[in-house]
Design a protein around this ligand. Structure first.
Ligand SMILES: Nc1ncnc2c1ncn2[C@@H]1O[C@H](COP(=O)(O)OP(=O)(O)O)[C@@H](O)[C@H]1O
Ligand code: SF4
Ligand SMILES: [Mg+2]
Length: 351
């Protein structure tokens, strides 16, 4: 789509290559994601959700070509960003996109921080690379010196005493504080997109909400789009505008979050939603999806969810036959909310 910040189109990633880009040891590479497509628009909070092993991180890493080299390769598709295809962009041009135009926040904040350097030095470092533009900060601070800008951003991230944080080493701060520092660091160059891969999974439940609220609030203020990777449908429902649901390397459903939550089309999405614990729910009755995500070497020929799908088990024989053997389930489309499933009439789920 034309006004998308990022347009991922039919991207497939495979593992098993040597440094010349050929299949390693003559063996067929293992394809782990299959024609993944989605668009992210300016200022949008877009979630990619699915159980562990579905291909979310591989998809995220493919955007900035951070996949393990040489074993992984993008074998199909394009990733359009700012009128350029990141899949084909020369490495020196891609380096200038990394960090300044597209920033990343990882599960472990310590991955992004140097343990022996103060937070102040590390945040000032971002300015040294010339990545921070004056428009990254509010008008009142646009002519201010770097430290004033950093203090203002730390306050926006919820730190009432920015100097205490600035004079600390990473090990002196809690995980939640470090992740908020990483959010500030990622946003300083005013990137168009932030990729946040499970940014709160390593944190205590009590601080997860605070960190996500800071990310959402600060991204909204700067107009930065966010690709949030998570396995948690509860987080999706609270923070995202749109969501793509991923299963076994494929997108199986996508739509505006309210639509997907209120009228899930795909049996996998329905299963994920049924498994969200609510404060009043009895954990003994909480539904879980039987079975587990298959390893890519065990991907089935038909719908990859078939062996876990209760709809398939109850479907008429001719549908079941398709589920088990047809190439890709058909796209059930209702404007911007769609899913891939043989079994369901989209109108039927809107009772
Ligand atoms: N370095 C790697 N080598 C081989 N296979 C990998 C590697 N990294 C990920 N995979 C495989 O790719 C699939 C998707 O993994 P990943 O994207 O990390 O899942 P998620 O982030 O959804 O938990 C998994 O089956 C995983 O085993
Ligand atoms: S295509 Fe068939 S197996 Fe796959 S989710 Fe739909 S009903 Fe279930
Ligand atoms: Mg992951």
């Amino acid at each position: 789509m034309s006004n998308a910040v990022l347009s991922v189109q039919d991207v497939s990633v495979a593992f098993g290559f040597d440094k010349n880009g050929n299949p390693r040891d003559g063996k067929q590479p293992l394809q782990v994601t299959d024609r993944v497509s989605f668009d992210i628009f300016s200022g949008e909070f877009f979630a990619l959700v699915g159980e562990s092993g579905c291909g979310k991180s591989v998809t995220a890493m493919s955007i900035l070509r951070l996949l393990p080299w040489p074993s992984a390769k993008i074998v199909n598709g394009s990733i359009l960003f700012n009128a350029r295809d990141l899949v084909k962009l020369p490495l020196n041009e891609l380096q200038s996109v990394r960090g300044s135009e597209i920033a990343c926040i990882f599960q472990e904040p310590m991955q992004a921080l140097n343990p022996v350097v103060t937070i102040k030095k590390q945040l000032l470092e971002v300015f040294k690379f010339g990545a921070v533009s004056n428009s990254a900060v509010s008008n009142s601070a646009s002519s201010a010196d770097p430290l004033t800008i950093i203090r203002e951003q730390l306050r926006l991230a919820g730190f009432t005493d920015p100097d205490r944080v600035l004079n600390s080493y990473p090990h002196e701060l809690s995980g939640g504080m470090l992740q908020r520092v990483c959010i500030v660091m990622a946003l300083l160059p005013k990137p168009k997109l932030i990729i946040a891969d499970e940014p709160t999974t390593a944190l205590d439940v009590t601080v997860q909400a605070q960190v996500l609220a800071v990310l959402k609030d600060m991204a909204e203020k700067t107009g930065t789009a966010v690709l949030l990777i998570t396995h948690n449908m509860g987080i999706v429902s609270q923070y995202a505008h749109r969501v793509a649901v991923m299963y076994a390397g494929r997108i199986v459903e996508e739509g505006p979050v309210r639509e997907v939550i209120n009228h899930p089309l795909h049996p996998y999405t329905q299963g994920l939603l049924a498994a969200i614990p609510e404060s009043h729910s009895d954990l003994r009755t909480l539904a879980s999806i039987p079975g587990s995500v298959p390893h890519p070497k065990d991907f089935a020929k038909g719908c990859r969810f078939a062996d876990r799908c209760s709809k398939c088990a109850q479907a008429p024989a001719e549908i079941r036959e398709k589920c088990l053997s047809a190439e890709l389930p058909t796209k059930m489309s209702e404007a911007d909310h769609f899913a891939y499933c043989f079994c369901q009439d989209p109108r039927a789920s809107r009772g």
